[in-house]
Design a protein around this ligand. Structure first.
Ligand code: AKG
Length: 346
């Protein structure tokens, strides 16, 4: 153990941080040893702290490692995919397409922190939504193709392709892994109705935890199967409506009334499940938690599909309404932001 400013730092953890050329490849920084390569009885034999750098000599192998002191004492960063890394603010962050092209940082920050961003004046060209997604990551191709058309179809396999209202939902909960980012690019919105809505699922889940902790635990602990089928596809995934990280923090919400199947939980758990499901749905339906707005041609809504539920009001099928959508992923967004920050002038 190394004692530093009242912190007890275990020898094996220190050694795992060693960045010497014997322990980490100098070109890539990737580790060159595995945990079983370390002596099981590894200990700190000696240490020297000069206020900036700490040098440790390990027993029994005599290996010497040097560390930046402040890095050893830095608190663990929160997992920015969980509620700990989020801001709860339903105001729209709008970023003009030209500004986004010049610097994506503000838009991607809003997406990671507040769950969504609205890009304005994106050219209303066919398939442009793919360029938007490729601007910060990789398009996730699905059974709907690289992109999907949201417009009225004659024989729809999905309610999205009708003029019916769609209640707040996350997309593709029947997919594992679920696409974590969704884009909806408005090309035409000339119909009566067809307004958009967003609900913050993390905020709603946190509210359920406060108002009804037992219901929160039931939903976090009950897998629900979501299913989608058409003549060429049959997708199922079973996950809880509220997904938690190993520390119990909210990390994912899946909510889609259209594709949720009745849970195959033990019969004596079903009454509690439905009561909890109803309580969560009631919170998600509260007008105070919903942001309503109307997409106009050139708008591209980009949102965290593990957190934000999206909705639309019904519209007249005779009117013209056409969105193009696609999926991407949050890990690429986080990577793009990290690289942008790395390159930003100090
Ligand atoms: C979806 O494509 O997932 C939708 O919910 C459609 C949204 C819309 O029509 O505004």
């Amino acid at each position: 153990m190394l004692y530093l400013d009242g912190h007890a730092l275990p020898a094996v953890w220190l050694r795992d941080h060693c960045g010497c050329p014997e322990c980490a490849d100098p070109r890539s920084g990737q580790k060159l040893f595995g945990v079983t390569d370390l002596p099981a009885d590894l200990a700190v034999a000696d240490s020297h702290d000069d206020g900036t750098t700490v040098t440790v000599t390990f027993a029994p192998d005599g290996h010497v490692s040097t560390y930046a002191r402040d890095r050893l004492l830095a608190p663990p960063a929160p997992d920015d995919r969980t509620e700990d890394g989020k801001e709860f603010d339903l105001r729209i962050t709008e970023v003009a397409w030209a500004d986004f092209q010049a610097d994506r940082t503000a838009a991607l920050d809003a997406l990671m922190l507040r769950g969504f961003v609205l890009l304005r004046d994106v050219p209303t060209a066919d398939r442009k939504v793919l360029d938007v997604a490729r601007g910060f990551g990789y398009v996730r191709e699905t059974n709907y193709g690289t992109l999907f058309e949201v417009r009225v179809e004659e024989n729809p396999h999905n309610l999205a392709f009708t003029g019916l209202a769609i209640a707040p939902h996350t997309d593709n909960p029947y997919r594992d892994p679920v696409p974590t980012v969704q884009l909806l690019h408005c090309l035409v919105n000339g119909s009566t109705g067809g307004d958009s809505g967003l609900v913050d699922g993390f905020a709603a889940a946190a509210l359920l935890r406060t108002e009804d902790p037992a219901a929160f635990s039931v939903l976090a602990g009950t897998p629900v199967t979501f299913r989608y089928a058409d003549p060429d596809t049959e997708l199922t995934a079973s996950r809880p409506l509220i997904g938690l990280d190993p520390r119990g923090r909210i990390r994912e919400v899946r909510f889609n009334n259209r594709s949720a199947r009745p849970p195959r939980a033990p019969h004596d758990e079903l009454v509690a499940f439905y009561a909890a499901y109803r309580a969560f749905a009631a919170i998600l339906a509260r007008p105070a938690g919903r942001l309503d707005f109307r997409l106009v041609p050139g708008d591209c809504l980009v949102f965290d599909n593990t957190r934000m539920l999206h909705a639309r009001t019904a519209f007249t099928e005779s009117g013209a309404r056409h969105l193009q959508g696609c999926y991407a992923d949050l890990d690429a967004v986080a990577s793009d932001l990290a690289v942008l920050r790395r390159r930003a002038p100090l």
